[in-house]
Design a binder for this molecule. Structure first.
Ligand SMILES: Cc1ncc(COP(=O)(O)O)c(C=O)c1O
Length: 499
């Protein structure tokens, strides 16, 4: 194992109380040993490498402010090094101000020395992103569109999309698994996309986020393993970090998640499920080929895994539809398919779905009923009309807008930030931009002061040291706004780097 096995048993073990009485999550020595790994052999004295590793754990959020470090003897045992090595590493970190030890109490990570990434991870990145930044800042942190006109029209006047609006308030309105109309509309949509689906195989959720959280709760138990993409949508990272599962990270290339890495993870340790976004991965935009989808299914069958296919971006194909859904290659019900309305229609609808074999759907419905007794009925009925009668038109409209905005974004980057690097994505709403030689976290802080909020790479990964020079720029905004944003970012970059 090593850095690849990210221990998120944080939530389970070793809780102690911080000064303000919130539990402080603390890793024990075995967990730290797993996280540190020793494969990353950069040479140099052992105590210095250990100090570097512990500092990285603090910077990346595995050891948050106030976390206890294990007693020296225990950590030495877990790492199979001498106690002197640990003593020297702790002494170095103390000198640098990363840790503090008061007489008679445990050694802790010093308050105010953990990084922004650590704070975000502890607090939930998604919740932080959804704050209001004020009107002078161009907010490019949340990759979500404003409502499509058809959504605004159907909410203002439901009779514009349906013959009999009285159905909106029919019955008691509780539908734990979702309103029959929307379940049917989703089944029809998935069937048309190449995945034959019956109504009983679909349930409705409050967005894809709830689909993910129900599935993680249902399919994972402490000590089980879940594979996710190494850079991913922050809401998934938040959930995975809190799930108690052991997280395996899969590198993402232009063909999506690395299948060999998935197989290797299965051989190295326990993997029970993999959550992947083969259609225009967030943030890279990667599209997984049909051949690789077949390989993923083979691995899932051989290794006895559940594959969760997150189709949040499927409809944002910018013109060239993706290969058939992962589930269409699967004859053993190993794929659970999730999707939603947020990226094409509007996130404010808070509508998503899960497609799985009906026995699993029934268990998930029981779980959802315990949380909220079901999703808002009128919105589901309106959404069913949109999917049945307005889907293709909305898809064409949204993709045309995205293409124009992406063209403007790329033109602005070429003109003002020629040293930046990126690959034009085949779909999705994000450009994953590399700023060579730049600390993206620091850049994002400076950019915020200059009136543009962007999300830095380290907040989209839980692998320490990855994506440190990347920013994610969604292109839902209009071309003028994106051009202005790049002008501001270019100014900021040139002030920061002198180029
Ligand atoms: C890949 C991916 N999955 C899930 C979600 C959550 O979407 P929803 O608004 O449907 O909860 C997002 C949102 O950005 C996403 O990008």
């Amino acid at each position: 194992m090593g850095w690849a096995a990210i221990v998120s048993q944080l939530a389970l073990d070793g809780k102690s109380q911080s000064a303000d009485n919130w539990p402080v999550l603390t890793l024990d020595s075995t967990q730290i040993a797993t996280l540190l790994g020793w494969e990353d052999d950069s040479g140099g004295p052992l105590f210095r490498r250990l100090a570097d590793g512990l500092r990285r754990l603090a910077e990346e959020g595995y050891l948050v402010d106030g976390s206890h470090l294990p007693p020296e003897r225990q950590l030495a045992q877990a790492l199979a090094v001498s106690r002197n090595t640990v003593t020297a590493a702790y002494a170095l970190l103390r000198t640098e101000g990363w840790i503090e030890a008061r007489q008679g109490s445990a050694t802790r990570i010093a308050a105010s020395r953990t990084s922004e990434a650590a704070v975000h991870r502890a607090d939930s990145v998604m919740a932080t992103l959804l704050r209001d930044l004020g009107s002078t800042t161009i907010d490019l942190t949340v990759a979500a569109p404003s409502a499509a006109p058809i959504v605004a029209r159907s909410i203002a006047d439901p009779s514009s999309v349906m013959v009999d609006p009285s159905v909106l308030t029919e019955g008691h309105g509780y539908h734990a698994g979702g309103h029959a109309r929307l379940r049917m509309a989703v089944a029809a949509l998935l069937s048309a996309q190449g995945l034959p689906t019956r109504r009983e195989e679909v349930m409705i959720t409050n967005g894809v986020q709830q689909a993910l959280s129900l599935l993680l709760a249902e399919l994972t138990r402490p000590g089980m393993g879940v594979a996710i993409e190494e850079v991913a949508y922050p809401g998934l990272i938040d959930l995975a970090m809190r799930s108690g599962a052991l997280i395996h990270l899969l590198p993402v290339g232009t063909d999506g998640a690395d299948v060999n890495a998935l197989q290797a993870a299965c051989h190295r340790g326990r993997v029970d499920a993999a959550i992947l976004a083969p259609d225009f991965q967030n943030p890279t935009g990667a599209l997984t080929s049909a051949e690789t989808r077949r390989r993923l299914i083979r691995v899932a069958q051989e290794e006895d895994l559940v594959l969760i296919d997150d189709r949040t971006h499927t409809d944002l194909d910018l013109g060239l539809p993706p290969p058939p859904p992962l589930g269409s290659f699967d004859d053993q019900s190993r794929v659970v398919t999730i999707g939603g309305m947020s990226k094409l229609y509007w996130g404010g609808l808070r509508l998503g779905w899960i497609r799985a074999r009906s026995s699993l759907i029934n268990r998930l419905i029981e779980q959802k009923a315990g949380f909220d007794l079901g999703t808002s009925a009128p919105m589901q009925i309106i959404a069913a009309e949109l999917l049945h009668h307005h889907h293709e038109a909305t898809r064409t409209w949204r993709n045309e807008q995205l293409r124009h905005s992406l063209d403007a974004l790329e033109a602005a980057l070429k003109a003002s930030m020629p040293a930046a690097e990126w690959t034009r994505p085949p779909g999705g709403p994000n450009l994953w931009i590399r700023l060579p030689g730049t600390d993206a976290l620091e850049f994002s802080h400076r950019a915020l002061r200059d009136g543009v909020a962007v999300i830095a790479g380290p907040l989209l990964t839980c692998r320490p040291g990855r994506a440190t020079d990347r920013i994610r720029v969604p292109f839902y905004a209009d071309p003028g706004t994106l051009t202005e944003a790049i002008t501001r970012l270019a100014r900021c970059w040139s002030q920061m780097t002198g180029r």
